[in-house]
Design a protein around this ligand. Structure first.
Ligand code: HEC
Length: 166
């Protein structure tokens, strides 16, 4: 190999490496950590989706609870835009019916989380979306767009569905 070809090869390699890095950065989704202790946040509401008469039965069959953290709580109460750091958690349990009662014995199906950070998530209304399957401590969501496509209908309420029910 002549020294010219060697230099050319090196230049090509360096180019390929930096392209790879750029690609990795573009793909990287800011990580949302599992919200430890979310059960101690403020309980917003509970809902049971029982039959396929509800249009979200396929996705959200079971009992879900919604919680909001202390940063988001005043905005929810006053119906204002949410400040950075606001978080909601949506836990879904399967509820096998037995003996005329509904209980969360079936275990958690998933925990869905949204976290406000206007700078990090400009393409999804300033909210980051994440899903923790079952009792996993690491998020597994590939594409936040699938969440935002539906939540975008709530633009008027800063992309949040839930209202606080006293
Ligand atoms: C097909 C529509 C739809 C999709 C897709 C969807 N959601 Fe929701 N989401 C809802 C509805 C409706 C509620 C309100 C449930 C209630 O009223 O109890 C909700 C509530 C929530 C809440 C509680 C805060 C709020 O807005 O009320 C979180 C957190 C949440 N979703 C996260 C997610 C995440 C993460 C994804 C993507 C994996 C996702 N959602 C995808 C419809 C959707």
């Amino acid at each position: 190999m002549t020294s010219r070809t060697r230099v050319l090869l090196l230049v090509l390699l360096a180019g390929a490496a930096s392209l790879g890095l750029l690609y990795a950065q573009a793909q990287k989704k800011p990580v949302i950590a599992f919200p430890m202790g979310y059960r101690k946040w403020t309980h917003v509401k509970t809902m049971v989706i029982l039959t396929n008469a509800h249009k979200l039965f396929d996705r959200f069959e079971g009992l879900h609870n919604v919680y909001v953290n202390d940063i988001g709580w005043p905005a929810l109460q006053q119906g204002k835009a949410y400040p950075d750091g606001s978080m909601f958690a949506f836990e879904l349990f399967s509820v096998p019916s037995a003996g005329g009662a509904i209980e969360t014995r079936g275990g958690r199906k998933f925990l869905a989380v949204i976290k406000k950070n206007a700078k990090l998530y400009p393409q999804t209304g300033g909210w980051g979306f994440e899903v923790f399957q079952g009792y996993q401590g690491t998020g597994s969501l590939k594409d936040m767009k699938q969440c935002f496509d539906c939540h975008s209908a709530q633009k008027r309420k800063d992309y949040v569905f839930s209202d606080y029910v006293e």
